[in-house]
Design a protein around this ligand. Structure first.
Ligand code: SF4
Length: 223
């Protein structure tokens, strides 16, 4: 159905990730994802749980939170066609809009004003074969001001993942064009260990925590 979206939850929180980490942010979590990452921490949003909302109703609700920063996440937010119209309308209203996507679907139809945070899935996810490589091409060949609207995120669960990521970054040359964030699957890999590897290799990536999991109990929903 056009003009509607299946919404899992809407909430106000501190942005826990990305180069916008730390800012108050309104989150729109859309329902549905066709991937099955082994360590997915939002499985509850992957199925069909949610409320169907018309775009004007959803946008009015977002307005009530009164934050200049809004993020659309999931599940996989690009799985629902009406998300493109939602992004356009939120940008038209002047919001700074972030899109967090699992990185399996192309972002070429996303409004260029949207700041795109694109996952690159390592082997431990079980889904690394599905990384959409055309997104890397799109980001690295974008005109200079638009390059800043892309950032990539790699979440690691092991040393093997890290070595895979180093190889991926070397071959894609991604870090010379865009911000690359690197973090760990919560409680699976020690952050100090990852920090040590990054420093040893002088890897040009930005280490990130999932800040919300340190502020609140890590399994808390709606933060
Ligand atoms: S893409 Fe994201 S929402 Fe989908 S299974 Fe993987 S981690 Fe979960």
């Amino acid at each position: 159905m056009s003009n509607t979206l299946l919404v899992n939850e809407i909430f106000l929180s501190i942005q826990g990730e990305s180069t916008y980490a730390g800012f108050p942010c309104t989150f729109i979590r859309l329902t549905g994802c066709s991937s099955v990452c082994t360590w997915c921490d939002t499985r509850y949003a992957s199925g069909e749980e949610g409320m169907t909302m018309k775009l004007p109703e959803l946008i009015s609700l977002v307005d009530t939170y009164k934050t200049p920063l809004v993020e659309i996440t999931g599940g996989e937010p690009l799985g629902q066609e009406s998300v493109y119209a939602l992004m356009r309308r939120l940008c038209d209203k002047g919001y700074t809009l972030l899109l967090e996507t699992g990185g399996f679907l192309p972002v070429d139809r996303v409004d260029p004003r949207v700041h795109k945070i694109i996952d690159i899935k390592p082997p431990s996810s079980g889904e690394s074969e599905r990384n959409c490589l055309s997104n890397i091409e799109l980001a690295t060949t974008a005109p200079e001001p638009l390059k800043k609207t892309f950032e990539f995120k790699i979440v690691l669960a092991s040393r093997k993942d890290y070595e895979w990521a180093v190889d991926f970054l070397e071959h894609s040359n991604l870090t010379t064009h865009c911000t690359v964030l690197m973090g760990t699957v919560f409680n699976k890999l020690d952050l100090a260990e990852l920090a040590k590897w990054i420093l040893h290799d002088r890897l040009n990536v930005r280490l990130q925590l999932q800040m919300h999991k340190y502020i609140w109990p890590p399994d808390t929903r709606g933060v």
